[in-house]
Write a protein that binds this ligand. Structure first.
Ligand SMILES: [Cu+2]
Length: 700
């Protein structure tokens, strides 16, 4: 409904511009009527264009009222105080100023029309030239354009310049129009026998005006384009600091040498440097044409020539060493352990925690696998292209000991469901057909759903058995309830584990709307795929039972951040597009959240835009406190990739317990690549790395 109302405002605002524009052109053309009949006809049409725009204006006003009644002020304040007056007030000036004048003119015309052979009298010309008649129409058209502008470029969070500049342009243009009509009215009054200017003269004047407007527009566009160019080299630690209401304890650090000595480099925040690893993995990034199960081929960027890359399985507490070599990926690669909260230097983000690994180079990651659960890894260098082309794989951390026999009974069937949309196929792993597997009845099954797509909220429907959602984003849920006829939606980058005990009849996991694919389980792998029932969407907010958490919504927070997700039209690195913004800005102008180690941090995500944004904070898991003001009352819900739908507000919190410079970005990687990327920065941390066209590092 939120989406419907903002889309309505946008679409109808365009109509409103068109309708009011027609009226404004017709108003200024009254004067050019060649005959009394024509003048009569034109005034009648103009009367129609006084009332007709009430339809779009009413729709806009109704949508704004709906927002005002149902949403928090952040969703409608700008619309109430800027858009609504721009739409309504000038329209009133038409009705109360222009229309009475128009009616007077029409009554004069009607009297004359009664006489045969009557022509337009000077008094009629004078009335037709009256600024009070023409200007309200043109003011309405101008303000309709201004209102549309604010729809495309919302001034939220409020900044004076972003409101003042468009309003100033509006006022200057309005004043220009008024003086033009005042001047013309004077000419008409003075002329003893007024003659409308010839078509050629009118055409010439109009061309002149258009050239001036085009010139100014060209200048502004060039200016905005040049201003949007990304710097050739930028230190990720630079940026607009946001302290979330907390103190900037390191403010004096730059002047105080003892404090400077306390600064720590990202490069030094490594995992254990000493010790023999419990497990070693080797990843070789290479281009390869990979054949899917159906025989379709994919020209992919791979780890170890496989799609997906090899599944990295490890046990809780183990020391892991991963050696990454880049064979021939020209743009460079890294390996980022998505959801695993490793030390900062092991996080694998080009330009933030390391340099991209270029062809022929090798980089070694060492970390302890502290969390149990379902994770994945992917390249965080040109990540939009790298992930879409195949540089990803699953990462599973098994518990050290099987304490809870209900969730980790061994032997149990453990199925990784890593879904990806290739250019020509949709596949689970490398399987783009129905995957039939034989599972003995009575076997506990865990399906690990991992959505690796870009900007696709993937829907998974499990039929044939009741099931539990055992984990979200690699964190077990407390006392999950049994579910049936429920679809599970996983945002891009997110993971959800489903568990059930294999029944004596088939079970089918459907993905998306594709009925030909999916995973089919039965005692012998044979049988018919069951029909899909009507389903409801799984909602973690009320699922499972509460359990103790290190903090909750009533805790005292050291930092309190607000992040408004939105879209606006603009330039990013010279490209004109819809930008996805963080507090109205895109990287590198987006804010940088500053914390110090030990802080308890609250963040409120507000999505004012019209598309979803799965927000992914590196190095930390956030606890969901509430959604749209409703508290999380089920199992503690920890997330690393939190999907924020249009119109939604999430309050989350986390402990700043992993020092470093951390990416915080939308995992719709196409959005991140368009600037929807920012950082969480610990005070006292520096980075020797940089990003930009002048460097080899392009994390997005
Ligand atoms: Cu996004």
């Amino acid at each position: 409904m939120y989406n419907a109302s903002i889309q309505t405002i946008l679409a109808v605002s365009v109509l409103f511009v068109i309708f009011t524009w027609i009226g404004s052109v017709k108003a200024s053309r009254l004067l050019y009527s060649g005959s009394l009949e024509k003048l009569n006809r034109k005034t009648r049409k103009l009367l129609f264009w006084a009332w007709f725009p009430i339809l779009p204006a009413g729709a806009i006003a109704a949508s704004i009222v709906w927002l005002q009644m149902n949403m928090d002020p952040i969703f409608w304040k700008d619309r109430i105080f800027l858009q609504a007056p721009l739409v309504v007030v000038p329209l009133l000036s038409i009705w109360f100023v222009a229309v009475p004048k128009l009616l007077k003119l029409r009554s004069l015309i009607r009297i004359s029309l009664a006489e045969s052979g009557a022509t337009i009298e000077p008094a009629m010309f004078q009335r037709a030239a009256s600024p009070g008649l023409i200007f309200p129409y043109q003011l309405t058209a101008l303000s309709a354009v201004t209102s549309l502008y604010f729809s495309f470029v919302p001034p939220v969070p409020f900044q004076w310049l972003e409101v003042a500049i468009p309003l100033a342009v509006f006022l200057v243009l309005a004043a220009g129009l008024w003086s033009r009509h005042a001047l013309r009215a004077k000419q008409v009054r003075k002329a003893t026998n007024y003659q409308a200017p010839r078509l050629l003269a009118r055409f010439g004047a109009m061309t002149g005006v258009l050239i001036v407007i085009a010139g100014i527009g060209f200048y502004l566009i060039t200016f905005a384009m040049d201003k949007s160019v990304l710097p050739a080299e930028i230190d990720m630690a630079s940026g607009t600091h946001d302290y979330g209401g907390g103190a900037a304890t390191m403010d004096h650090a730059h002047h105080d040498m003892t404090a400077m000595a306390g600064m720590v480099s990202v490069a030094d925040l490594t995992g254990p440097k000493e010790g023999t690893p419990d497990r070693r993995f080797t990843l070789v990034a290479q281009k390869k044409t990979v054949t899917l199960s159906s025989g379709k081929t994919v020209d992919a960027w791979t780890y170890n020539g496989q799609l997906p890359g090899p599944e990295l399985r490890m046990k809780e507490g183990e020391l892991i060493e991963v050696t990454l070599t880049n064979e021939d990926i020209d743009v460079g690669v890294t390996a980022h352990w998505h959801g695993l909260d490793v030390p900062n230097a092991e996080d694998g983000v080009a330009g933030a925690t390391q340099n991209a690994v270029m062809p022929g180079e090798t980089y070694t990651y060492r970390f302890r696998a502290e969390q149990v659960g379902t994770f994945w890894y992917h390249s965080h260098q040109d990540s939009q292209e790298a992930v879409s082309k195949g540089l990803f794989g699953a990462l599973i951390v098994e518990p050290k000991e099987v304490a809870d026999t209900t969730t980790f009974t061994i032997p149990f069937k453990d199925i990784t469901v890593m879904t990806h949309l290739w250019k020509n196929a949709f596949a689970i792993g490398a399987n783009d057909e129905l995957d039939r597997q034989a599972v003995a009845p009575g076997t506990p099954v865990r399906m690990r759903l991992i959505n690796t797509d870009d900007w696709v909220n993937q829907t998974y429907t499990l039929v044939g058995t009741p099931f539990e959602v055992a984990a979200i984003d690699g964190t077990e849920l407390n006392k999950p309830d049994l579910l049936t006829n429920t679809r599970v939606i996983v945002p891009t980058g997110g993971r959800i584990d489903l568990t059930f005990v294999m029944p004596d009849h088939p079970v089918y996991l459907n993905v998306g709307t594709n009925k030909k694919g999916g995973i089919f389980l039965s005692a012998d792998g044979q049988g018919n795929v069951p029909e899909l029932p009507q389903t409801v969407a799984f909602d973690p907010l009320t699922y499972g039972r509460p359990a103790a958490t290190p903090f909750d919504a009533n805790s005292k927070f050291d930092r309190d951040f607000t992040l408004i997700l939105d879209n606006k039209l603009g330039f990013y690195n010279r490209n004109f597009d819809f930008l996805y913004t963080l507090n109205g800005k895109v990287f590198p102008d987006a804010p940088m959240f500053m914390v110090k180690e030990g802080d308890l941090v609250k963040t409120t995500f507000i999505n004012r835009g019209n598309v979803e944004h799965p927000m992914h904070l590196h190095g930390h898991h956030v606890l969901v406190l509430s959604r749209n003001g409703k508290p999380s009352i089920g199992s503690p819900w920890w997330s690393d990739t939190l999907d924020v739908q249009p119109g939604e507000t999430y309050e989350v919190a986390f402990v700043a317990n992993n020092p470093g410079l951390w990416m915080d970005h939308c995992h719709n990687l196409v959005h991140a690549a368009a600037g929807m990327s920012m950082h969480l920065m610990y005070e006292g941390v520096t980075t020797p790395f940089s990003v930009g066209s002048g460097t080899q590092n392009h994390p997005e």
